[in-house]
Ligand binder design. Structure first.
Ligand SMILES: [Zn+2]
Length: 249
């Protein structure tokens, strides 16, 4: 029997640790908690890894957090060979913060790329070293021009923040969804809109992932490659570092 969890990361993307109690252990070893700061894999962003600290100081390493049958269930999958906690046991949760922060920077960069390239998105995968975004577009576009426009938005340091709307409000405004294949994070009754710029001047897009709070935090980024994947599909690969780093490789 899976239980719902208080997903603290939805309110605070910078929360790297919290306390929690074990509410269930699944057959496959998955651990359920009453609350968590572990982001669960969804919307193209990988789930958090990290560890659960027991009262004696020992650790249970977590390989990944994932959703159960529904999005209000989060299952913490232990790495192989880890001990199982007891139901009711109190733990201190720690996510792998350096990894998560890279994912937050990358994820925010993907949103900014969709501003620079205003085409429908057909797929996206956020990674800690490289992310990719697929666009439904047939135009040929220069990767250095895209990099320059992207870096300009980052350096202008626009605020990034959430606005919550109801599932019904989203359903009556389908035009705000840029993604063709990735479903907006509906099903929780409310949806977070990720807004960039004062009064969403730069962008606003439904997304349940984690993002930095100012674009400057993304840092140096560049388009490593634009691949032609069919007549009307372009795959953009984003990497950290400047375009000079790319040329050096
Ligand atoms: Zn997002």
């Amino acid at each position: 029997m899976t239980k719902t969890v208080t997903a603290l990361f939805r309110e605070d993307f910078y929360l790297s640790t919290c306390e929690a109690s074990v509410t269930g252990i699944l057959e496959d070893g998955g651990i359920e908690l009453d609350q968590t700061c572990f982001y669960a894999t969804s919307g193209g962003q990988p789930g958090d890894s990290g560890f659960l600290e027991r009262s004696d100081g020992s650790r249970i390493d977590i390989a990944v957090a994932r959703h159960g049958a529904t999005k209000d269930v989060i299952i913490h999958m232990p790495a192989e060979g880890q001990p199982a906690p007891a139901v009711g046991e109190k733990l201190v949760l720690h996510i792998d913060w350096p990894r998560r922060y890279r994912l937050m920077r990358m994820h925010t960069a993907c949103h900014l790329l969709s501003v620079v390239c205003p085409f429908p998105i057909t797929g996206a995968a956020v990674g800690e070293d490289e992310s990719r975004v697929d666009f439904d577009m047939s135009e040929t576009i220069d990767k250095d021009e895209v990099t320059a426009a992207l870096q300009k938005l980052i350096d202008e340091n626009h605020p990034v923040y959430l606005q919550w709307i109801t599932d019904e409000e989203l359903a009556s405004n389908p035009g705000i969804v840029k993604s063709k294949n990735v479903r907006p994070p509906v099903g929780l009754g409310r949806v977070s809109l990720v807004c960039i710029g004062e009064n969403s001047a730069i962008d606003s897009q439904p997304c349940g992932g984690t993002h930095v709070s100012e674009t400057q935090e993304v840092g140096a980024i560049h388009i490593a490659k634009i691949e032609k994947k069919g007549k009307e599909n372009r795959r953009f690969r984003i990497r950290f570092g400047t375009a000079d780093d790319r040329q050096a490789i």
